[in-house]
Design a protein around this ligand. Sequence first.
Ligand SMILES: NC(=O)c1ccc[n+]([C@@H]2O[C@H](COP(=O)([O-])OP(=O)(O)OC[C@H]3O[C@@H](n4cnc5c(N)ncnc54)[C@H](O)[C@@H]3O)[C@@H](O)[C@H]2O)c1
Length: 295
Amino acid sequence: MSKILEGKAAVVTGAGRGVGKGHCEHLVANGASVVINDIMLEEAQKVVEEIKAAGGNAVASDADISTREGCEALIQLCCDEFGKIDILVNNAGVLRDKSMLKLEDADFELVWRVHVMGTFWCSQTAAKKMIEQGSGGSIVNTTSGAHFGNFGQTNYAAAKGAIASMTYTWAIELAKKGIRVNAIGPLATTHMSKTFKDADKMPYFDPAANGPFVCWLCSEEADFVSGQVFGTGGERVSHMVQPHYGKTMMREGGWDLESISKHFKTNFFGEFGPFGILGKPYPFYDGIQPPANDD
Ligand SMILES: NC(=O)c1ccc[n+]([C@@H]2O[C@H](COP(=O)([O-])OP(=O)(O)OC[C@H]3O[C@@H](n4cnc5c(N)ncnc54)[C@H](O)[C@@H]3O)[C@@H](O)[C@H]2O)c1
C-alpha cells in the first residue's frame, strides 16, 4: 500500500527540535521528502541524520525565516532539492513574554517578524511555486490558544491571532488554485513550553504527537478541509470555532447613545462567554474600578 504522502515535497520551519521535529518524522515516515529548517543549523542537521539513518529523505536549511530573503531561499531550496513544493508547515516560533506595560518594541517586533512575517513570506513564496507547478498544495500554519488573550503575551497573542486570521483569508483566496490552508494550535512539552506558567506542574506532552494530524491534513483525504484551526497534541484533535458575531441587537434607524444606554445591559449582561486562554467565566460583571489605593 502506498504511503499517504508518497512523492510529496515538504518544508517545515523551526524543525530542529520540539513540535517541528515531530512533524518532520511523521511527514517522512508517511512518504514525504522534507526540508528541515531551523536557525540552529546543528539541530536541523541532527534531525536530517536521524531521518536518513531511518531511510528517509531530508535536507537541512538554516534560513532565518524572520527575513523575506530567508523565506525565499528556503522555499527555493525545496524546489532545487526535490523538484517542487507540495507542503509547507509554518512552525518556527519564539517567545519574548512581558506584560503589556513592560513590553519593549524590540521584543514585539521580533515575535511579530518570526511568527507573522515569516508565515506570510514563506506562504506567499510557496503558494506562487504551487501555482506555477499547477499542483495545488497544503499549507499548515501554527497558532495557539494564546490568541484568545493571555497574561504577559501581548506580542505572541497578537502574532498567533494574526496567523489564524491569515489562515482564514488565504483559504478563501487560494482555494481556486487548489491550495488548502489550515492551522494547528499544538500542545507539547518543549523548550518553549518550559517558560509557560506552572510548566513544572504540567503533564508531559510528546511534541511528536502533533505530527500525525498534520500529515493527515496535508493528504488528499483532507481535500475538503481548508480555513480551519485545530487544537492538537496530547490525546486531542479539537476544532477551534471561527470567531463570528453572536447575539445581536437591532434598532430601526440605528443606535444612538440614549438607546444604547437603555438597552445594552438588558441585551448583553450574562452573554459574554469564557474568556482568555484558560477559558475562565467572564470575570468583569462586577465592574472594573480604579484601585482603591492608588499610591
Ligand atoms: N509547545 C507548545 O505547547 C505550543 C503551544 C502553542 C503553540 N506552539 C507553537 O508551536 C511552534 C513550535 O514550538 P515549540 O514548542 O516546538 O518550540 P521550540 O522552541 O522547541 O521550537 C521552535 C523552533 O523554531 C526555531 N526558530 C526560531 N526562530 C527562527 C527563525 N527566525 N528561523 C528559523 N527557525 C527559527 C527555533 O530555533 C526552535 O528550534 C511555535 O510556533 C509555537 O508558538 C507551541
